[in-house]
Design a protein around this ligand. Sequence first.
Ligand code: PMP
Ligand code: GLN
Length: 397
Amino acid sequence: LLAADGSIAPTIFAEMSALASSTGAINLGQGFPDEDGPAEVLEAARQAIADGVNQYPPGLGMPVLREAIAAHQLRWYGIELDAASEVLVTAGATEALAATLLAFVDTGDEVVTFEPYYDAYAAIIARAGGVHRTVPLHWSRDSGAGNGNGSGSGSGWRPDHDEVRAAVTDRTRVILVNSPHNPTGAVLDAETLALVVELAERHDALIVTDEVYEHLVFGAPHTPIATLPGARARTISISSGGKTFSTTGWKIGWLTAPAPLVTAVLAVKQYLTYVNGAPFQPAIATGLGLPDAFFTDAATALAAKRDVLAAGLEAAGFALSLPEAGYFVIADAAPLGFADGAELCRALPGLAGVVGVPVTAFVHPDRQGDYASLVRFAFCKRREVLEEASARLARLS
Ligand code: PMP
Ligand code: GLN
């Protein structure tokens, strides 16, 4: 955020990626894959450029992509959408989040998120003049890896429902939910999602849901909060092609919501980017139309990568929570004698030739203590890269 002299601090991802390139360390910090996604999707972008799809697309996004998004929501979740009025294409999920919060949050309005939270949330809420209220996710170490409990038992990160109830009041304008969750890899359970809907209804709040990891789940299929009874009318669902199709640099995201909410967000988006990514829009439409097996195979392949890195981290002496979804695993460095994860992350390129991100980057400055020794590592990398990183991390013990 803004420093006293008005300068803007670089995000932790930029800082850690710069550290990786200046030291030659393996970058398990910023979450982006090191392999290209499906050939059909890449080819569709090349074709679109060749076909002259190179000028401003329509404000809501190209019809072919809006229709593909609507068809995707119907195919996977049974959600019926009007592609002409209930879908908006954005410059990544990031712009969808920014435009949504700027559209609905007025000065002093409260926005509730879980904590840790994706770092952009705090910055955008502050820019919108909102007040950020957080509900901690507690790591119960009885489940997840590192405790002889193995896979399939959940990440162990869960909110206390009384703390959720206490955070949502009539001052709450938005409950911003991120499941599957970055950085913990938790998938919120059905009871928690239902509680969010109940509280949003009781306090007349909007639900904004960031589902960018919707297809990268290692257990049960993803449940969008918009499918819960009572949720649809007050929910803005956000996703992105970046994770699903390994095209994080294309920045094609979207949101789906009732038409009046889409119109309110478009009013902001039109003066942020206006429109974005013309030739990538039909390409992501191609991706969304791929057979089910593409999506499930991608998740299976990612789960295998998770297991490689998890085994390496455990062998190196970290205590882990085993993610149920997404790109990241949280490792506790305390058993190795490192109490300060941020300090460890700065030293790690020298100590082990690996870059990670301290979990404190996802936590309010006043509450860093609870997360001090935790480091987030990305496993969306080739198997040999993860094996090499594991071998290097073994130097720590
Ligand atoms: N939300 C979460 C939870 C993320 O992890 C990310 C980063 N990948 C984003 C939003 C941003 O997505 P995009 O790159 O599509 O803007
Ligand atoms: N979402 C990615 C992560 O959590 C990074 C996105 C970014 O660099 N802002 O690592």
